[in-house]
Design a protein around this ligand. Structure first.
Ligand SMILES: [Zn+2]
Length: 439
């Protein structure tokens, strides 16, 4: 019998580490993993020789914004950028699109907008907002991967935050469904107590969202999750002060996990030029020492994954000072080389990066049997990657909708050569073969 595809590499990143091997694919799934030199009859035989073969990355934090704010970003462009960056699964955030994904009807609107446009597989988070408690079970049933809420204003009026008193009933409802609540954890009272962001200087913006804003929110969330025996996850953790809170809660038996993002790991507040609003996001990029603590938390497992928080907007909305500009950084295409470039400098092998960016997020959303690792039976989502090649980021060559990035001109290590989705090569010029996936 002849396989549909075989891909050979001297460094196939298997769950127990890299080794020379040949990955055989049938029906979009990994059918066998055999020796590098094995003779395998296959309709297509790809020998990557010196390139590494990684599992496709899973990015569980992407704001696609379509429908409703498609001029910010859409499924075609976001998933083209993902495929180019070695990301084969994207889970779309419930806000910034209109409608936000807070009801089954809204989920269907999203799915209708996405259908036929996606270069990679796309799933959806639902939203938990003050008035949709009775809709959570329906959304869960319809296949969302969990629910997102904010504890402070989200930046868009149609997705209001949950007040702290509104959180326990949501947690209890989700605990009953065994559904995950992912939380943008910033405390509104601490935010109100901090100075207003104003002007062109980044330190003014940083002072408007001090670590206590996050640390207080994470502590309150951990305690509410413990009371409700619910499963919670802190998205885009920036403040290192929240790490011991997460670790202590987890050690005490609370089901709490946390992620961080490439920008918190690789950028430093000290280096943000005045007026450079392309660096604005919430919570903010913090100081160099803070980033080092985040790297240590990845190493010791306090942080479970690194995902992009890809959140683009039109160029005009990034103008103005740090008070006015939209907060968000678009990096779904660059996450892998960004994290690899600095991980390597710190002595981390590539398999650590694969764990943080493929298996970690796959586990978070319960897709680990299908996504995030090269294993027999899993989807044949594969990435040919050259860890030693370098390139310079050019905003104009990125595939997301608007050429705004804080990484323009950065020199990075790690080039994605080819990406396969369920055994078929995908890319900007290929037909969109991504499927809409559900929990
Ligand atoms: Zn986000």
């Amino acid at each position: 019998m002849s396989h549909e595809l075989s891909v050979r590499s001297r460094a196939v990143y298997l769950p127990d580490g890299p080794r020379p091997a040949t990955v055989c694919v049938d029906g979009g799934r990994i059918a066998a993993i055999v020796a590098y030199g094995a003779r395998v009859p296959a309709k297509r035989d790809v020998d990557l020789d010196g390139l590494a073969l990684l599992p496709g990355l899973v990015d569980s934090h992407v704001h696609v914004n379509e429908p409703g704010r498609t001029e910010w970003e859409g499924f075609a462009t976001a998933t083209a950028a993902a495929a180019a960056g070695g990301v084969t699964t994207v889970i779309d955030m419930p806000l910034n699109s209109i409608p936000p994904t807070v009801s089954v009807a809204a989920l269907h609107a999203k799915q209708a907008a996405a259908r036929g446009q996606c270069r990679v597989d796309v799933g959806f988070w639902g939203g938990a907002v003050p008035d949709n408690l009775d809709r959570l079970a329906g959304l869960h049933e319809a296949g969302v991967f969990g629910f997102k809420c904010f504890t402070a204003p989200s930046g868009v009026d149609e997705f209001p935050p949950l007040g702290w008193p509104q959180l326990p009933p949501v947690l209890r409802a989700l605990s009953e469904l065994d559904a995950l609540l992912i939380v943008h954890a910033e405390d509104p009272e601490e935010l109100a107590a901090a100075p207003e962001p104003a002007g062109d200087r980044f330190d003014g913006f940083l002072a408007s969202r001090p670590p206590a804003v996050e640390d207080t929110a994470v502590a309150r969330l951990a305690s509410a999750a413990a009371d409700a025996t619910a499963r919670v996850h802190v998205v885009h953790l920036s403040s290192a002060g929240a790490l011991p809170i997460v670790a202590a809660a987890r050690d005490a038996g609370t089901r709490i996990t946390a992620e961080t993002c490439p920008h918190y790991l690789t950028l430093a507040a000290e280096e943000v030029p005045d007026g450079a609003t392309e660096f604005k996001c919430c919570p903010p990029i913090r100081e160099r020492d803070n980033a080092e603590a985040l790297w240590r938390a990845l190493a010791d497992g306090t942080l479970a994954c690194v995902v992009s928080d890809h959140s683009p907007c039109p160029v005009e909305l990034k103008r103005g000072d740090f008070a006015q500009a939209w907060g968000g950084i678009a990096s779904v295409q660059l996450g892998l080389p960004l994290v690899w470039t600095q991980a390597r400098r710190r002595g981390h092998p590539l398999e650590d990066v694969v764990r943080w960016m493929a298996l970690g997020p796959a586990r978070l959303v319960g897709l680990q049997h299908r996504k995030g690792s090269i294993a027999v039976g899993a989807d044949a989502d594969l990435v040919a990657f050259d860890p030693d090649a370098e390139f310079t980021v050019d905003a104009g060559t990125l595939h997301h909708r608007h050429p705004v990035t804080p990484y323009h001109g950065a020199r990075l290590a790690g080039v994605v050569h080819r990406t396969w989705l369920r055994g078929v090569e995908v890319g900007v010029n290929a037909e969109p073969r991504g499927e809409l996936i559900r929990r």
